[in-house]
Design a protein around this ligand. Structure first.
Ligand SMILES: Cc1cc2nc3c(=O)[nH]c(=O)nc-3n(C[C@H](O)[C@H](O)[C@H](O)COP(=O)(O)OP(=O)(O)OC[C@H]3O[C@@H](n4cnc5c(N)ncnc54)[C@H](O)[C@@H]3O)c2cc1C
Length: 448
């Protein structure tokens, strides 16, 4: 391997990067993985809260739909998943909580997208139903779903892409890895180390120079030291929000620059914004209120507050609650500090039951992470902009059999924006790399 530092350099050690690195390394491909953070996982991140033994998720928590890639990895790691509880309550604008059997994921109004000649923004699509008293209510639910669940701005999100995603079934069921995502990602990191992946944390890629069959990557370690690495190709898993940065804010460059098709694909994707706060209480006080009415509550949806929703760990018993704001509500909180977000989440959760002071007394601790301000994420997860239905596929297309692209934004089967989608794209990119290396005469044994 004279002159080469590795066969492949994987940029980013989140779900996509770890999946790609592991797939390649277990098949004798020499892999260096460069990760700007001081830990693996990317937008899967965890932190302890209060005195709770299971760490709180700061990023991904749920497994959406069948999620074949995540399910297979969990099985391999000997880990289980737990179905999410479905007892939901809605906090009405007039005040008070009402049980609801209306699953917020079944937004059937999007089936009507089929009758459109082309694509349009979610907002333009939903306005079509403004004059119909029945459909107007459903349209408002759909808007709330797009803002809350997709973390998207309805004014620019593609109605057709949301309809396609719903049709894929990815939103139909949800579960969680038992014990959170941490054990799964720790397992993956161990497997990568065993397979020989040279993982370099706190190493941010600044420049990717390439010619067919060769990449030269300049990276900077946390202590400021720069290093230059050469490999036959690279798998790039950097989030769209980071790749899209322009001008002085650009954290790295490509030479030659990315071609027009890649820039067009990036312009067709937007990063959704979300604020997620995990609150730990001394006791699950809500379980005792109103003669135990909320004992099994899984979700509380809120129309009139800063947070769109709160959820518990149901069906598991726990004393943590997550507060969630997505889309424009998250953007509106942009300038508030972590401390203010946590305090507001605690107050709004208590206020739902008319028990703000009790919530304050029971509060033990809270954690949150500002994904929008995070320079290695620049948002929560991607969504497709109206009229740009092919953007995810186009972003995933390799360049010159040398630059390969993976990451949630390149997932095309309705799994865009998810952990499972990211795993799937890492596996797909590893297959593409293996094909390119074989053509170039480098042995690798990845099944087609
Ligand atoms: C608040 C929140 C809630 C979510 N909830 C869910 C959920 O419940 N279920 C679900 O399935 N998904 C959820 N997601 C989405 C999910 O977390 C992501 O889709 C998935 O983790 C993305 O994986 P990835 O590998 O594509 O990207 P990432 O995890 O972002 O990995 C990319 C890596 O590249 C690194 N990087 C960036 N720039 C550089 C550089 N210059 N040099 C080197 N490395 C670099 C980053 O640090 C990062 O580690 C959520 C995300 C957020 C933020």
């Amino acid at each position: 391997m004279s002159g080469w530092d590795a066969d492949v350099i994987v940029v980013g050690a989140g779900a996509a990067g770890l999946a790609a690195a592991l797939q390649l390394a277990t098949r004798s491909v020499r892999v260096i993985a460069l990760e700007s953070r001081d830990h693996i996982g990317g937008r899967v991140m965890w932190q302890s809260v209060g005195t709770v033994s299971v760490p709180a998720e700061l990023g991904a928590e749920f497994i959406h739909g069948a999620a074949p890639e995540t399910s297979a990895l969990l099985r391999e790691a000997g880990l289980a998943k737990v179905e999410t509880g479905d007892a939901s309550w809605t906090c009405t604008i007039a005040g008070g909580l009402q049980p609801t059997d209306d699953d917020f994921r079944s937004v059937s109004i999007f089936e009507r997208v089929e009758s459109l000649a082309g694509d349009e923004s979610v907002e333009a699509f939903l306005r079509r139903f403004e004059h119909d008293p029945h459909l107007r209510v459903e349209a408002q639910r759909a808007r709330t779903f797009v803002e809350g669940f997709e973390a998207a701005d309805p004014a620019i999100a593609s109605a057709r892409s949301i309809a396609d995603e719903l049709r894929s079934g990815v939103d139909s069921t949800s579960s969680r890895p038992a014990g959170g995502y941490a054990p799964l990602f720790e397992h993956l990191a161990t497997q990568c180390a065993r397979a020989g992946v040279d993982l370099r944390l706190s190493t941010a890629v600044e420049h990717i120079g390439w010619a067919p069959g060769e990449v030269t990557i300049v990276a900077r370690a946390a202590n400021g030291a720069a290093s230059t690495l050469r490999a036959k190709c690279a798998v790039i898993t950097i989030p769209v929000g980071v790749l899209r940065q322009r001008g002085d804010a650009t954290p790295f460059s490509f030479a030659p620059p990315l071609p027009a098709e890649k820039l067009a694909a990036l312009a067709g994707l937007e990063m959704g914004h979300a604020v997620r706060v995990t609150l730990a209480f001394r006791e699950p006080f809500w379980e005792e209120l109103a003669a135990g009415r909320y004992r099994d509550a899984a979700f509380f949806r809120c129309e009139g507050s800063a947070f769109n929703a709160f959820w518990t760990q149901a069906p598991l018993r726990g004393r943590t609650v997550v507060a969630w704001a997505g889309g424009p509500r998250a953007t509106a909180m942009r300038s508030t500090s972590a401390q203010d977000r946590i305090a507001r989440a605690c107050d709004e959760f208590g206020a739902m039951f008319g028990e703000r002071d009790l919530a304050r007394r029971e509060y033990e601790g809270g954690v949150t992470h500002d994904w929008t301000a995070d320079p290695f994420a620049c948002g929560a997860y991607s969504y497709v902009v109206a009229g740009a239905g092919a953007a995810r596929a186009a972003l995933g297309v390799p360049i010159g059999d040398t630059l390969f692209f993976a990451g949630e934004a390149t997932a095309t089967d309705g799994q865009g924006g998810t952990v499972s989608g990211a795993f799937e794209t890492g596996t797909r990119a590893a297959r593409e790399v293996a094909g390119a290396l074989e053509t170039a005469g480098v042995s690798s044994k990845i099944a087609p």
